[in-house]
Write a protein that binds this ligand. Structure first.
Ligand code: GDP
Length: 300
């Protein structure tokens, strides 16, 4: 992915330097780790995550369990790759569907993170897979949010449950709950609840999101985060993890010139898998997130 371009170039260069050497020395490892550290910081991976990551790589590269069948450069590449894939979630994780429909998927994240757009994309994808998703407009904070979701629903060809336009001062918890009930009655097998976001993390927003979570018992709570968020990724992700305890992550705007470090930061500090990569404003710009592919792209 182009997002990791800078990271890749840097590491490729670093590994190329290593490859010329016959044996891996402590000085080699330190030099390489320094470069990896710099590359990750340049890619906007949070400092705390970078420190942790490079310490692990260093320890393993100098440890006994290195694969002696590989040359030094290959050894470091393998270690870095394994650590990256590990942090990014190991195996690719798919959406969990409920045994007894409807499957309830709640979205949470900062305003502008791409929640509403993702809701439309997910609805369209699910439609294409034979599901009958219902979008629920529980973002009653932003004046245009309900209308925006209605537009998304129309474009995605999906049904929507929304308060009447202009009647925006409703109760998002009730709307969410009623939406799930409506889905049950109308036999929609998936419910996607779009919740309110604020420009910054705030207690009221978290309480509301947490109340919606309690009221609807979602099968998935997806935290949508803008890949451009950079160093703020850690605090934002932790706040949402504490506030709503999300089950998975959607990394949005991966098509922009985000450095992509948010992927590593969020996955590392929350331990939650990234499930989707959102890669554009179009409804089809949605991909499953592949930890291994992302890691090898980093090392390309
Ligand atoms: P919300 O406030 O979290 O619901 O965010 P929106 O879904 O309204 O998205 C905010 C802005 O980001 C809109 O202009 C979207 O078109 C844009 N956007 C959302 N997802 C993506 C994406 O994956 N790539 C790009 N380039 N833009 C996106």
């Amino acid at each position: 992915m182009a997002t990791f371009g800078t990271l890749s170039d840097r590491l490729t260069e670093t590994f190329r330097n290593l490859r010329t050497k016959g044996k891996l020395t402590a000085a080699d490892v330190d030099g390489t780790v320094r470069e990896i550290r710099r590359a990750l910081l340049d890619a906007d991976v949070a400092l705390v995550v970078v420190k942790d990551f490079t310490a692990k790589v260093r320890e393993r590269a100098l440890g006994d369990e290195v694969n002696k069948a590989l040359n030094p450069a290959q050894q470091v590449v393998q270690i870095v790759n394994e650590e990256l894939v590990g942090i990014l979630g190991g195996e690719q994780r798919r959406l969990e569907f409920a045994k007894n429909p409807p499957t309830v998927i709640m979205l949470a994240g900062l305003q502008g993170s791409g929640k509403t757009t993702f809701a439309g994309k997910l609805a369209k994808q699910l439609e294409g897979e034979g599901h009958t998703p219902l979008l629920v407009a529980a973002d009653l904070q932003r004046p245009n949010a309900v209308t925006q979701l209605q537009v998304m629903a129309e474009r995605a060809g999906a049904a929507i449950y929304a308060p009447e336009p202009g009647n925006g001062v409703g109760d998002p918890v009730k709307v969410s709950k009623d939406g799930v009930e409506y889905a049950r009655r109308q036999q929609h097998d998936v419910v996607i609840i779009d919740t309110a976001g604020r420009l910054g993390v705030d207690a009221e927003l978290m309480k509301q999101a947490s109340d919606i979570r309690k009221a609807t018992s979602p099968d998935e709570v997806l935290f949508v985060i803008d890949a451009m968020i950079g160093q703020d990724a850690v605090n934002t992700a932790k706040a949402f993890q504490d506030g709503v305890d999300f089950t998975g992550v959607v990394l949005s705007k991966l098509d922009g010139d985000a450095r992509g470090g948010a992927a590593l930061s969020v996955a590392s500090v929350t331990g939650r898998p990234i499930i989707f990569a959102s890669t554009g404003e179009g409804l089809d710009d949605l991909e499953p997130f592949h930890p291994d592919r992302m890691a090898s792209r980093i090392l390309d």
